[in-house]
Design a protein. Sequence first.
Length: 251
Amino acid sequence: MISFLEGYIMSGKNQETKYKISNIQIKDGLISWENHTVRSSGISQVWLGELTVKPFPAELFLILLFIALAGTHVVCMLIALAASAAVWLLYHRTGGAEKMVHMKLLDGDVISFSAHDEDSIAEFYEAVKSLTENGTALEILFDENEKAVKSSEEDAAKDTTQAKVKTVNRSAASGPLTQELQVLYENYTKKEDTDNEILAFLEELIGLTESGERSSLTAAYKKFVTLGLISDCNELGLDKIIQEIKASIYQ
């Protein structure tokens, strides 16, 4: 779950309520924490800013001071007032320069979040910004150490991407057949619906072609046809592969 964040909700009257947030989740277009939920469509603006500092309640302090002076235990009351003022300053002024993520809702309310780690708050800001601008429905959580934890769906997507961009390093002196197989392999890495099994098969086929193992190649060519890769060869104009398969299977 998302970080141990501090949140402040400011109403249309600029009244702020400070509360502790132990769980935040961004999923399916929703930002949820504790018993609160905000839909991305209900956010009109997102920006990074500093912690809002409340003005010192001087009027209230003066009223309490006069009451203390009029009482019988003046010294005790003055000490209590001084301690209260110190606590207020420490509570409200500490971290005044702390970065926060502010979200303005359609009804005019502003919800702000802060974290102790600037990298975490920056990543949270980018996630919320992406959610509101692009409608990204990716699930993102933060752990108790304010570190982002990606969803299992994203991890799976990352694994697929890494498999797709994997390159096959071959010698520049490879023959025409190997070169065409490399073209076919690279073409498959650019497809959105790439089957990792096909990529692994093509990589294996390139190795068999370079080694010249005829018996293994014949079996591999039959699988090549079964996987429907001939149509890709026709589209890319890879005639050398087509001719080699015809000669090996239909001779």
